[in-house]
Design a protein around this ligand. Structure first.
Ligand code: SF4
Ligand code: SF4
Length: 674
């Protein structure tokens, strides 16, 4: 076509792209080191499932299909772009084996035409979302429209070039335009050009060719400076995603040594994030799916996970020049207070709904907890209510400061042995602070213990030797206190020779199962819903009494999203004769948080949000969803959820709808049969 112009375009655009990509690469390396090269096979499998097959996008039917069309289309059209760049130098250029008269070339030509059309259809779907449907979660602004215009014009230009080339070729052979099955879309466009003069066809051929080639290069250069950087970073971001158990927070290693050396605990400034966290920031597509499911955002808090990512990313980009300079002082800019409002950091319930939804595996809970760690352990800046909880956990082993000696008072009259009295127990019943001290939650402990006894399970409790697992301390950022409690509990459990643990609290369950191994505590940990459903299946518990009621079930985040325990609590409920289990609109991995997690249980909720005109408590929003199913009762499998839902029902004036744990319902059905 024109070798000089083609060479200038390629060198100019690719050169500029490489300069920009190098800056982003060096900026990412400003972040702290982190090993993400282990378990390559598992990483490749996850990358295939979530980056190539885009499993999470299947939740959004039209957007999912449209995105898949565009993604696969880009992969297919990569070769086409190389061919066209080559034709800039020699008009008859083709890649080896891909000439139109060769079998592979014919197959590729068909595939290419099909995907050109599918990519155009995909962009139409996204034009519809951006211009007509305009869901609130999506970033507005012109960038998204511009990218869609570039992509669709690129495809249209390809078709114009192909159609004009077919007409030129056919006329040169002295034939008339026919439909070619190997160039289906190009032939159809060629028909539209048959009435044009040779010079007009020539103009169209050149226009299509140069428009396509130049737009590809322009698009490439827009990537590193736009949200479409995810086109490049999404695959590595999925590949390097965290493979450790979902519910585990990374411990701060050698905390005392860090303090002695004057190193920062937690995250204070953006450059203290790891390179992987920075890759997360690069990868956000701004789709807003995280904020769409965030209980804090939907109830009016200042936290919106998408905007948290974008605020961190923009802050990092603004300071790129400073970070990349080899000399000169760096500004010390604290993130909280300058980039993020404290309310943003403290509104998170750590429910992980955002992370479950994010198509490119961006994480939030680790970043938010890291920010809290710095605020709590270095600056002592945290909601004042948490001080009581910290003090209680530290001095009495529970966040409410009840006397530790009262821990086993819930078991009065039940004749439950402690592990000292029954050292041969098959399983330890870890009761947890709520079920040990909260009057209402004690009924969960009693029901669970009564059921275990009825089934003949040989179990024991720690009694006063049990202390808080430290979950609320850890989620609130007090890693120091958490590690102190974890080490004490691991010592107690290991000294007692405990191997198997059952607990009715999903927070204890998650911490004991996923976090205590980091402190030398390796146990088989199950939730009471798992053990109870097993006992029912084995016929060791037989629910006989009918409960002819409609029961709405609420999933606990730490049981479901954190540990994939969805079926066992439902199995327990479904085993009860007469009971109808209702699912709220948001259930299973999309179940809305009750609002208690992430230490929210021990503090007041934040208020005020410049982005959404609502201001509601999370537990009220969730209670409304459950009430929408018109239940007679509401069931859960977590003492924290129970407390939040009881309060929610009371606030709605619906105390007539009883709130019960699955163990209480099962006991009601089992015990009357005795
Ligand atoms: S973990 Fe839950 S509350 Fe926190 S940002 Fe994500 S969705 Fe929102
Ligand atoms: S973090 Fe993930 S879900 Fe949220 S806007 Fe970015 S890409 Fe979308």
């Amino acid at each position: 076509m024109n070798p000089l112009v083609q060479a200038l375009l390629l060198v100019g655009f690719w050169g500029w792209f490489l300069v920009q990509a190098d800056r982003r690469w060096r900026l990412m390396r400003v972040g702290a080191a982190e090993v993400r090269w282990d378990r390559i096979g598992e990483r490749l499998r996850r990358t295939y499932e979530y980056a190539f097959a885009q499993k999470r996008m299947r939740r959004y039917w039209w957007a999912g299909i449209a995105h898949q069309f565009i993604f696969v289309g880009f992969v297919v059209l990569l070769l086409r772009t190389l061919i066209l760049w080559g034709r800039g130098f020699r008009e008859t250029f083709d890649l080896p084996l891909l000439a139109i008269d060769q079998p592979l070339g014919m197959a590729y030509s068909v595939l290419k035409d099909v995907f050109v059309v599918l990519v155009i259809l995909g962009t139409l779907v996204f034009f519809y979302y951006r211009l007509i449907a305009r869901p609130w979660r999506m970033s507005r602004g012109f960038e998204g429209i511009l990218i869609l215009l570039i992509i669709s014009t690129m495809m249209a230009a390809d078709l114009v070039y192909d159609g004009a080339e077919i007409v030129r070729r056919t006329r040169a052979e002295g034939a008339s335009v026919q439909f070619h099955a190997v160039e289906p879309a190009g032939s159809i466009v060629a028909f539209a050009f048959t009435g044009l003069s040779d010079s007009a066809v020539g103009v169209l051929r050149h226009a299509g060719f140069w428009t396509h080639g130049t737009l590809v290069l322009l698009f490439l250069n827009l990537l590193p400076i736009s949200k479409h950087f995810h086109v490049i970073t999404a695959i590595p971001n999925v590949f390097f995603s965290d493979l450790t158990p979902r519910g585990r927070l990374r411990p701060i290693a050698d905390m005392e040594g860090k303090i002695e050396r004057g190193e920062t605990l937690g995250i204070q400034r953006v450059e203290q994030f790891s390179w992987k966290a920075i890759l997360d920031l690069y990868t956000c597509t701004e789709c807003g799916r995280c904020s769409d499911v965030c209980p804090a955002t939907s109830t009016g808090k200042r936290l919106s996970p998408k905007h948290l990512t974008l605020d961190l990313r923009d802050h990092l980009y603004r300071r790129q020049r400073e970070f990349l300079a080899t000399d000169g002082p760096r500004q010390q800019i604290d993130l909280v207070g300058n980039v993020l409002e404290p309310e943003v950091v403290w509104a998170c319930t750590t429910c992980r709904a955002c992370e479950t939804e994010c198509p490119v595996f961006i994480t939030y809970v680790d970043k938010i907890v890291d920010l809290r760690r710095h605020l709590v352990m270095e600056k002592s800046e945290f909601p004042p209510e948490l001080q009581n909880a910290f003090r209680g956990m530290e001095s009495n082993g529970n966040p409410w400061s009840f006397p530790a000696s009262d821990r086993a008072a819930w078991a009065a009259g039940l004749d439950i042995p402690t592990i000292d009295q029954n050292p041969g127990a098959e399983i330890l019943f870890w009761v947890g602070c709520s079920a040990s001290f909260d009057d209402r939650a004690r009924k969960i402990a009693r029901a669970t213990a009564q059921l275990l006894k009825a089934a003949g399970v040989n179990f024991a409790i720690l009694g006063p030797a049990e202390t808080c697992t430290g979950d609320p301390a850890r989620r609130a950022g007090n890693e120091f206190l958490f590690q102190m409690l974890a080490q004490a509990n691991v010592e107690t459990l290991n000294a007692a020779g405990v191997r198997r643990i059952v607990t009715s609290c999903p927070h204890c369950f998650n911490t004991l199962r996923n976090e205590y191994p980091d402190f030398g505590g390796n146990y088989e940990v199950i939730h009471h819903s798992e053990l109870l459903s097993q006992l029912v299946r084995e016929g060791r518990l037989t629910p006989k009494k009918r409960i002819d009621q409609r029961v709405a079930f609420h999933d606990s985040c730490y049981l479901g999203r954190y540990n994939d325990v969805y079926d066992p609590p439902r199995e327990v409920l479904r085993a009860i004769p007469g009971l109808v289990v209702l699912e709220p609109a948001q259930a299973l991995d999309r179940g809305m948080c009750c609002g208690a997690g992430g230490a929210q249980m021990f503090k007041e909720e934040e208020h005020g949000n410049r982005r959404r005109p609502v201001d509601q408590r999370v537990n009220l929003a969730r209670t409304e969803q459950l009430l929408d199913t018109r239940p007679d009762r509401v069931a859960s499998a977590c003492p924290f959820c129970q407390r939040m839902l009881i309060d929610g029902l009371a606030a709605k004036g619906r105390e007539s709808v009883a709130q019960q744990d699955i163990a209480e319902l099962l006991l009601e059905s089992v015990s009357t049969a005795d």
